[in-house]
Design a protein around this ligand. Structure first.
Ligand code: GLU
Length: 290
């Protein structure tokens, strides 16, 4: 299998040092392996992603010295592909409509312990009693909006014993030091959302679809996405897609000990460049040799 990896930013703001670390790790790994490096723009959230942010991302990455294959895949241009994948899971009877509001979900989840990880809202473990078709039709007739959730209970029934045997190869480290052959526990994230009314797909669905479509053999990304990987491994199995090797990397922290975030304007690559930093000094700051 030839080595193919990618950097997949969401253009919702300026890239910061944490992004530079992730992008350079992936780029360097591809170069060392004599493999391919892809850039994918994950802009399914059309309310938060903006073309000027995307232009900034491309500019920052080129300035850092990265190069990638063209054309760049832009997820917002492929909603039909994700709809087909969603439909397949729906035909398999693994999805259900969830009409609860964000607040109702938050209230339901507040009773259960949860973590604050990136892309991991408090897990929702499904309704006590599923809606019957009449109740559902009534809500639909009222025009109530809903999201499609993946039912962990039905996935477990569908896969039988294989559900407990889902694994992936971790070549990096999970947040608790996980390394090597790792068991996937997708149920820990609850019944994740795979599509919403305003975004007809989700991060989980589109990332799994695209990694397979683009032949990604190695996913190199932050340990904040480790919990998501467990869900991705399940979706890969359900859709008969290969599971790439994962390399989760540590998250860089700023001088205040907190993770870099898009809100830290002073630490965006654009701001650092304007302040006179060079691609080499950025590499030195994040501990990556050229
Ligand atoms: N688009 C995601 C983000 O910006 C990363 C996706 C991934 O690497 O799987 O957080």
């Amino acid at each position: 299998m030839s080595f193919t990896t990618r950097f997949a930013p969401s253009p919702t703001g300026g890239l910061h040092l944490g992004h530079a670390y992730s992008a350079l790790l992936a780029f360097d790994a591809a170069r060392e392996a004599g493999g391919r490096f892809l850039l994918r723009i994950e802009d399914i959230d059309q309310t938060r992603c903006r073309p000027e942010f995307e232009r900034g991302v491309l500019e920052d990455l080129a300035w850092l010295g990265l190069s990638w294959e063209e054309p760049v895949r832009r997820q917002s241009e492929h909603f039909a592909d994700y709809a087909a994948a969603l439909d397949r899971l729906r035909q398999m009877g693994l999805l259900y409509r969830c009409f609860l509001t964000r607040r109702e979900i938050a209230e339901a989840s507040a009773r259960a312990p949860h973590n604050e990880e990136h892309h991991s809202p408090p897990p929702y473990h499904g309704p006590q009693t599923p809606l019957n078709p009449e109740e559902e039709n009534e809500l639909l007739a009222e025009g109530r909006t809903f999201s499609w959730r993946l039912s962990m209970r039905r996935c477990r029934e569908h896969l039988g014993g294989d559900f407990e045997r889902l694994t992936f190869m971790e070549e990096g480290h999970g947040p608790a030091g996980q390394h090597g052959e790792t068991s996937a526990h997708p149920e820990q994230g609850g019944d994740v959302i795979l599509a919403r009314k305003d975004t007809p797909t989700s991060y989980h669905l589109s990332v799994v679809h695209d990694d397979a479509l683009q032949g990604v053999s190695h996913v190199i990304r932050g340990a904040d996405l480790f919990a998501s990987t467990h869900v991705h491994v399940l979706i890969q199995r359900l859709l008969d897609l290969p599971t790439p090797v994962y390399r989760h990397h540590r998250l860089l922290t700023g001088p205040d000990g907190k993770r870099y975030a898009k809100r830290d304007r002073s630490l965006t690559l654009a701001a650092l460049r304007d302040a006179g930093e060079t691609p080499s000094s950025i590499r030195a700051r994040i501990g990556l040799l050229e």
